[in-house]
Design a protein. Structure first.
Length: 141
């Protein structure tokens, strides 16, 4: 059986999977990785999941500099980008939207979150330390 040559999206998918596993391993081992590596993993996943002919505005290459744009410069984020920014699952983002804790808008059937609404959501969360968590659960502080 002859194997057909892989297209760019298929290669991007393999690279995104490998990079995601690497980043997960680094996090579990406590190894620091540059934020650009995480943004590159998001870009690869976006390229791999994009339908043929579809264009994406974020994350996009910064013209002339070859760097990835930060999601802070993007006005609207999809659920996956919000999950990445919050370091949670897409399902958690869906629950936050469903409960009304996170405001979302529908654009031609696609759920998007305004960057300003995400920033407001994050700002509304009180900071808690590990000691606060132990105290709240009845542990010794």
């Amino acid at each position: 059986m002859t194997r057909r040559p892989a297209d760019g999206r298929e290669v991007a998918g393999h690279l995104a999977l490998a990079l995601a596993r690497y980043l997960r391993e680094c996090r579990s081992d406590g190894v620091w990785t540059p934020p650009e590596v995480e943004r590159f993993a998001v870009l690869l996943a976006d390229v791999a999941s994009r339908r043929q002919g579809e264009t994406s505005m974020a994350p996009a290459a910064d013209a002339g500099h070859g760097r990835l744009m930060d999601t802070a410069s993007t006005l609207l984020l999809d659920r996956r980008e919000v999950a990445h920014a919050l370091r949670c699952s897409v399902r958690t983002v869906d629950r936050l939207i469903g409960s009304g804790a996170l405001v979302a808008v529908k654009i031609e059937g696609s759920t998007r979150v305004r960057r300003s609404d995400l920033d407001d959501f994050i700002a509304s969360r009180p900071p808690r330390s590990f000691r606060d968590e132990l105290t709240a659960k009845g542990g010794a502080a």
